[in-house]
Design a protein around this ligand. Sequence first.
Ligand code: FES
Length: 491
Amino acid sequence: MARLVTVSRAAKLAGVSRGNLQKYIRDGAIQSFEGMVRLEDVAQHFPEVNAKPNDIFEALELIMDNAAIKARNRTSSLPPDMETLVARVSMLSDELVESKLEISIFYNIIDKLKSRLKQFSAEHPDSVAAMRDLQSWLLDEIETIADRKYEQYRMVATDTILRVVAAQVRLEPSGHEFLVEGSDSILEAGLSSGLALNYGCSNGNCGKCMAQIVSGEAKKIRHHDYVLTEKEKLQGYILTCSNTAVTDLVLKAEEAGNENDIPPQSITAWVRKVTPLNDSIATLNIKTPRTQRLRFLAGQTVNLDIAGVGSKTLHVASCPCDDMNLQFHFNRTDSDSFSRYIANEIKPNDTINIEGPTGHFILHEDEASPIVYIAFNTGFAPIKSLIEHALTLDITEHIQLYWLVPDRNSLYMHNNCRSWADAFELFDYYPVCYDENDPITSCLEELRNNNSEMLSVHHFYVAGSANEITQTKNALLKQGIADESIFVEPV
Ligand code: FES
């Protein structure tokens, strides 16, 4: 029987991005059945990345290593416990029994067919030659199919092992999917996959992460003070911050669809470090308390306030998938008291208040259109957050980043961008040193050189000064790009 798996699991097994696999589905090369694909079909299109026995163990080791790294960083995360492993192995044993039963039924039928053919030959001597041909065709066919399927079933074997160490969660109604590795909570795994799941305290106190199990099995991994009613328990409700997935799960869970679904927050966080990147730009890294993390969407801003010093609104430059560790970019040469204090006086562990988030410059993730990001100078901060989020979600077909600066020294995270381009097949990076009198023309020339006539299918995200974004938007509109495909943000 064909094995159906979710698109994200199939992409992981084939070693390609989800966006890449979705392109095959859109083109009709791979058939999709309500969000699932046949593993055998995927193996046919990606035979060169089909897993060999050693790959299976490497994949397994990688997952265990990841779990160990997370365990070092987050005390709550450990490799799957014995009870979870036993439940997963027992589920796979049931599947094995079913498969063995099916195989024995098929073999039985083939044996019976062979004897019927023999009997038919005996009763009809004039058909002996035809019956012999039929029998030898049947045997050849079984052998050929077995040879062909052997390659395809290597991927099924990898999937089986992955299912022991990582369970798959599918959310309703969005259809979003993610893997829960080790003994991570469902919430932790969903957030680090870039999803905007509903939550409050992450600690079992508020009940905001409540979700309903549609199918599969979850298991409580930590005590929670929030009390679920008996009726809620009977209806399959759990707290995703306090449960892990034992088997593959389908969950009805609320997610933030846009910026209006994210509540305003006020958090006291700590400074981790300030790192100068060139003569004028530095990063500020701050950490929130474990039980009060910042819920935000990539591309949004927050107001940072230091008692007795002042405040400043900055874009969060990091991914919402890491809601405890936040990064900001600031200009050390700005003359305001806040920037001067951050550049010269602030120390690790000093407290800093965060209010927010605000802003509408967010990722429109409902479509998998190719994306062009255009960052002018420090417009890179919100663009970096959007890129990290898009890469984590792994839904986009192709990403291009154009970083426009007056000189190469201003590319203050050039190596970071190059490492994205090296690591992700779907990512292209174009640093552009512009003519200060006409930055937009340099940008458009580079865009046209790299895209011929296909620009109209892209989504554009542009961040820079008010003048830069207005001029870029007007230039893109003149190129025939639809207004609703251009998103701009002043910095
Ligand atoms: S997030 Fe508060 S109980 Fe789960």
